[in-house]
Write a protein that binds this ligand. Structure first.
Ligand SMILES: Nc1ncnc2c1ncn2[C@@H]1O[C@H](COP(=O)(O)OP(=O)(O)OP(=O)(O)O)[C@@H](O)[C@H]1O
Length: 266
């Protein structure tokens, strides 16, 4: 049995985080706290470290210093419990790999399959734990991709690939969804399907943490915006964080002083 999560514990908490690639700093003294059940948009310039921040949270970029807690507990244990699902940027994927849409989404369940008893893992697929198959079918349905489930992933359009990658994250049924630019390069019909799906996730009580360059979308959907340019420039309501003065601060990478912050909030 999973221990219950207290309502007030932040979904994600980061304290004094530093990270680098080959001694080149990418994140410096990042501290933040994101509440449960809310939609946070992460906004920042190209190369500002947004994807790297998500990489630290999912464990693919080890921090130099600092602490990451998920629902109040160390990140590693929470990742192993499947508390975080991740949709990576499209450019990081290998699209020529010969795999169907359905099997791609099934890979989202592999972490959970490892937790099945050994005898269940050895069963032929049609007798294996039906929860995995059901989660995959529901996720495909959620992004309207059931009809294309047997197609090879490489044969899809950019927008359809994004929907499959979202379905793979949804199939994990994790309480936190990390999404790296889920709308980049997406056609309007796929964008509408993705946003409708994300709204359903929020209504279901999931925590959404989404890197985006789409400022109108962040204003319309996010509960709060986190501004990142190597460090945290600001965090708060979309109308405050996406004001001209905060965006100017974001561009130069310098957080406002306490006085300026009071002025922006007023
Ligand atoms: N695997 C890597 N190895 C070396 N340097 C990297 C690696 N990944 C990212 N970087 C560098 O780290 C910096 C931050 O990159 P990151 O992708 O985190 O920024 P970002 O804010 O997500 O940018 P974008 O909006 O362009 O996606 C950039 O200078 C980038 O070149």
């Amino acid at each position: 049995m999973e221990p219950p999560i207290a309502d007030r514990v932040p979904a994600l908490e980061i304290n004094g985080l530093y990270a680098a690639y080959h001694q080149e700093p990418v994140l410096e003294d990042v501290s933040l706290s994101l509440p449960q059940g809310q939609w946070t948009a992460i906004v920042g310039p190209n190369g500002g470290g947004k994807s790297s921040l998500l990489s630290v949270v999912v464990g693919s970029l080890p921090p130099l210093r600092g602490e990451v807690r998920i629902f109040g507990r160390p990140a590693l244990a929470q990742r192993q419990r499947g508390r975080i699902a991740y949709m990576a940027q499209q450019e990081r994927m290998e699209w020529d790999f010969p795999i169907s849409v359905r099997d791609t989404v099934m890979t989202g369940r592999f972490g959970m399959m490892r937790r099945d008893p050994l005898w269940q893992r050895l069963l032929p697929r049609r007798w294996a734990n039906p929860a995995h198959r059901q989660a995959v079918e529901e996720a495909l349905d959620d992004v309207d991709m059931l009809d294309m489930a047997r197609r090879p992933i490489g044969a899809l359009s950019g927008g359809q690939k994004k929907r499959v990658m979202l379905a793979r994250a949804l199939a994990q049924q994790a309480p936190i969804l990390l999404l790296d630019e889920p709308l980049a390069g997406v056609d309007p019909p796929s964008e509408a399907l993705i946003m409708a799906s994300l709204e359903r996730q929020r209504r279901a009580g999931r925590t959404l943490i989404m890197v985006t360059h789409d400022l109108p979308g962040a204003r319309a959907h996010a509960d709060q915006v986190l501004l990142i340019n190597r460090t945290v420039i600001g965090m708060g309501a979309p109308e405050t964080m996406l004001s001209d003065s905060m965006l100017a601060r974001l561009a130069i990478g310098v957080p406002p002083t306490a006085d300026e912050e009071r002025h922006v909030a007023a």
